[in-house]
Design a protein around this ligand. Structure first.
Ligand SMILES: [Zn+2]
Length: 163
């Protein structure tokens, strides 16, 4: 399961609005608790990132600096657990490029990571495991005061069909 703090969703949504027609994005930081992920921080676009209406290239070193700061301050508990980006005006379905990027990132880290896509209409939360070709799309299960809980729906596990 994934717990996503409300402030993570609020930060991503606000950044999407600020970016206008261009995509926005950043890293997701938080905790790994066994198989569960808890997202507590989303970094926001910085000056050296490159953004177009269909791509977000996270290039500014600020994202990594924030991640390292959080990791140090928490004695290693807060870690890089995923990525987020926006599809302004589009759907929250990952593109072929998104899927390739996620596969590379998860392969490099070697542990499951979460990916968040925010759009003006909907939000997509995906869990990707090493050596799996496609991520699983998680469903919203519950809302707590702290955040939103996502997991596999009770009826069936939903996997994305091939793009
Ligand atoms: Zn995308």
């Amino acid at each position: 399961m994934i717990l996503l703090d409300h402030k993570v969703v609020e930060t991503a949504t606000a950044s999407m609005r600020t970016a206008g027609v261009n995509e926005a994005g950043g890293v997701l930081l938080g905790f790994r608790r066994g198989p569960h992920l808890h997202g507590t921080i989303a970094t926001v676009p910085a000056s050296r990132d490159r953004a177009t209406p269909t791509r977000f290239h996270r290039q500014d070193p600020r994202h990594q600096e924030i991640a390292l700061e959080a990791w140090r301050r928490s004695n290693g508990y807060v870690d890089w657990i995923g990525e987020w980006h926006s599809h302004p005006g589009g759907s929250s379905i990952p593109s072929r490029v998104d899927l390739e990027t996620w596969t590379q990132q998860v392969g490099r880290v070697g542990t499951p990571m979460m990916f968040l896509i925010v759009s003006s209409r909907q939000m997509g939360v995906f869990l990707m495991r090493p050596r799996e070709k496609l991520p699983a799309q998680l469903q919203e299960l519950d809302r707590a005061s702290e955040g939103i809980i996502f997991g596999y729906s009770s009826s069936a596990t939903e996997y994305l069909s091939s793009p």
